[in-house]
Design a protein around this ligand. Structure first.
Ligand SMILES: [Zn+2]
Length: 243
């Protein structure tokens, strides 16, 4: 039933993905969204997977590989880590990723990036990394990161494709279109290093307050909506000489 639905959705909302070669002569930044225990490590918390999940494991492996490529080239990397004050719940979700807990830390496969000089870590207490980068004085850590590094394009990866990744992409594209983010031009979502969570309909029906969230379908819709806003969706990235 679910697989038939996915086939229909993919037919109605076709998503052609590009193979992207990142030119070596302009600065590309990598944005890692919430690749933390509380969303990715089995049994780590209220919003962590209950059992091993192929889409999430593939996302972790692929993001770690891409992070290594960017770090080897000393390119700028920004990592958003969902981190909430215990007294400030994030509706409609149960308590998750409380500041100082291991839930709000990077997954083991990515912990090494914290020691890399080209990596900026931003702890945020909302879905959207763009809004979560606003400081009390009105400055924005993400906007400053783009400008200080003269970033021309960004590659976005992480979880969840249809929530925190999508929200960040939408805000970033709006800000770019309003002229706040020069010299940023391209926002790319690397689909193989994105994932979302799985709550099948029959589970949601038996869980108070839960919304159904079929994983493959929501991943596809998240990518489609990012594309609708003007993001490039890619299933292959590599570095190469400028055209
Ligand atoms: Zn959160």
């Amino acid at each position: 039933m679910v697989s038939q639905t996915i086939d229909v959705v993919k037919k109605e909302l076709p998503l052609e993905q590009e193979s992207v070669v990142l030119p070596e002569d302009v600065v590309t930044g990598l944005v890692l969204v919430d690749i933390i225990n509380g969303f990715c490590t089995v049994g780590a918390g209220n919003l962590a997977p209950r059992e091993p999940n192929r889409q999430i494991s593939a996302m972790i492996n692929e993001s770690a590989r891409v992070a290594r490529l960017f770090c080897d080239k000393k390119l700028p990397v920004m990592a958003f880590l969902d981190s909430h004050h215990p007294d400030k719940p994030e509706d409609p979700y149960p308590p998750h990723c409380i500041s100082g807990s291991d839930e709000s830390n990077l997954v083991p496969a990515l912990q090494w990036i914290e020691k890399e000089p080209n990596v900026t870590i931003r702890r945020k207490d909302c879905y959207d990394g763009y809004l979560g980068s606003i400081e009390a004085d009105g400055s924005n850590v993400f906007v400053d990161w783009v400008k200080n590094n003269q970033i021309k394009s960004i590659v976005v990866v992480g979880v969840c494709t249809d929530i925190c990744v999508l929200d960040f992409v939408c805000s970033t594209l709006s800000a770019r279109n309003r002229g706040f983010l020069a010299p940023l031009e391209d926002v790319m979502v690397y689909s193989r290093a994105c994932a979302t969570f799985d709550v099948p309909l029959h589970i949601a029906r038996n869980t108070k307050g839960a919304l159904p969230h079929p994983q493959e379908l929501m991943h596809h819709i998240g990518l489609y909506m990012a594309k609708e806003r003007g993001a490039k969706i890619t299933n292959q990235i590599s570095f190469g000489a400028a055209k």
